[in-house]
Design a protein around this ligand. Structure first.
Ligand code: FRU
Length: 479
């Protein structure tokens, strides 16, 4: 290892250049597309009235077709994210971002201009493909471009864009000035940004080296790190690419990559079982159930959207100072207690007075804020993979994320009707389980060079039994 097997970035020279920051901001815009979709689909007040169909989209609980309509694109996204993992690895990160942008753009145009059901469905399919490609490639792009010292913050830019997308959609819903065509068609705006990113962004040095374009990679490293002294980082990436010779789909199932496979599936699964999308998709229904009128409910949805954005900024500020585990564990406590409190209020106090309804909204905001500085952004912990498994690992991550987003979107209203307040205890229990999982099984990855992750697993008290010990560890085991 070029840095002697040490686990810090100290041997990497260079600084954070404005070029790298700009590239990451442009790439992160890819998150706006999915955020806008999440925000627009659950609580739209517009009416789709085509020749063959007529949905009143606000009556979510009265129209099963709506639930299928809103969440079907996640099923397409699952297949697309796995396909994207191939494209990203073989043809580079940029091409996948470009595919993501173009497909979302076509999807938005088709949906906004739909003259019949077929066009509407085709629009959803194209949009789903776009989301699969975008979610697979953008976090991976950010993780590879970022200098290790601020990698956490730059990856979180993606989630920040998601939350801004959700908030914009909430505001559009709140304004409710426009018809469904414009609301669906506006998804084209973030898609255009992403497409432009695909055209103009540089490729990542890791992808160039992976594809044998060594000189180009060295020149790019010099540019993005702002120094000629890029040997240590260059050699580490090169070494990682030499190890990455197997078929990635086979590689991720090898024993030595077990920790990465487990994280690629468990992290997105847990992220969705925090229950966040019960709030993001159905905030309006939930607030109506609390006794607020339509306007007050939309207003509350906008407030939770704003809290989501602000708290993501908190994550950006602290993730590279306090580390990932501290954020996960603090937020776990906060999410557990707020969900228990909401469940208890519903269980004990019926009917709910106005003041208790307001307390519940405050609790929901505290819950959303803790999600937004933990499982939200850290769900894109793409840095835990090695170069060999990164692309496929992120494909699996997105596929699992979309699968359980779909499941929660399908099941939530039925669960709320049957379990009533019990649903909050249900999600609280999951939060407890996932916090214990983080405590015991997720190693800290703050400030560790991205191509040094094998050493992290090798030094972990549990995962070291899976990862062969090539370099005797210089540091003691840690959690
Ligand atoms: O901000 C909330 C949103 O963030 C995500 O978890 C993605 O990271 C979405 O599933 C959710 O709707």
């Amino acid at each position: 290892m070029a840095n002697g097997g040490g686990l810090t970035t100290e041997l990497y020279k260079g600084r954070t250049t404005s070029y790298v920051i700009l590239a990451c901001i442009v790439a992160a815009c890819g998150g706006l597309t999915i955020g806008y979709e999440i925000g627009i689909s659950g609580k739209t007040r517009f009416v789709i009235d085509l020749s063959r169909i007529s949905f009143v989209l606000s009556q979510v609980n009265e129209d099963k077709r709506l639930i299928i309509f809103t969440s079907s694109l996640y099923l397409v996204g699952i297949a697309a994210s796995l396909l994207a993992s191939h494209v990203t690895k073989i043809y580079g990160r940029r091409l996948s971002i470009l595919c993501g942008g173009l497909c979302s753009l076509v999807g938005a145009v088709l949906s906004g201009a739909a003259q019949n059901l077929a066009m509407l469905i085709l629009g959803r399919i194209m949009h789903g493909i776009g989301l699969g490609f975008g979610n697979q490639a953008v976090p991976l792009y950010l993780a590879e471009m970022a200098p290790a010292k601020i990698r956490g913050a730059l990856i979180i830019m993606f989630q920040l864009a998601i939350t801004i997308g959700i908030l914009c959609a909430n505001l559009i819903n709140y304004g409710s000035l426009w018809g469904w065509r414009l609301s669906l068609g506006l998804a084209g705006v973030p898609a255009i940004l992403m497409t432009m990113g695909g055209f103009f962004l540089p490729e990542t040095p890791n992808s160039l080296i992976e594809r044998g374009r060594y000189e180009e990679a060295r020149r790019l490293l010099t540019k993005i790190r702002g120094t000629e002294e890029v040997d240590a980082e260059y050699e580490d990436i090169k070494e990682a690419s030499e190890l990455a010779v197997t078929n990635p789909f086979k590689a991720i199932f090898q024993r030595k990559n077990r920790p990465q496979l487990v994280m690629a599936t468990m992290i997105p699964f847990f992220q969705q079982f925090t229950g966040i999308n019960a709030i993001m998709f159905y905030a309006l229904v939930l607030f109506k159930k609390l006794g607020f009128g339509t306007d007050a409910s939309l207003y509350s949805a906008v407030i939770t959207g704003a809290v989501n954005v602000m708290a993501t900024l908190v994550a950006i500020t602290f993730v590279d100072k306090c580390g990932r585990r501290a954020l996960f564990l603090e937020a776990g406590v906060q999410m557990f207690f707020t969900q228990m409190a909401i469940g208890l209020i519903f269980a004990i106090i019926t009917p709910l007075s106005k003041s208790f309804a307001v307390i519940v909204v405050i609790m929901i905001c505290i819950y959303v804020s803790s999600f937004a500085w933990s499982w939200g952004p850290l769900g894109w912990l793409i840095e835990i993979f090695t170069l060999e498994t990164r692309s496929v690992g992120q494909g699996i991550n997105v596929a699992v994320n979309f699968l359980f987003t779909f499941v929660i979107a399908q099941a939530f209203l039925a669960m709320l009707c049957h379990m009533t307040y019990g649903i909050f205890f249900f999600f609280a229990a999951w939060v407890l389980v996932m916090s214990l999982f983080v405590y015991f099984f997720l190693p800290e990855t703050k400030s560790i060079p991205i191509e040094e992750m094998t050493s992290v697993w090798r030094r972990h008290w549990y995962w070291k039994r899976f990862v062969p010990d090539e370099d005797p560890p210089a540091l003691p085991s840690y959690k």
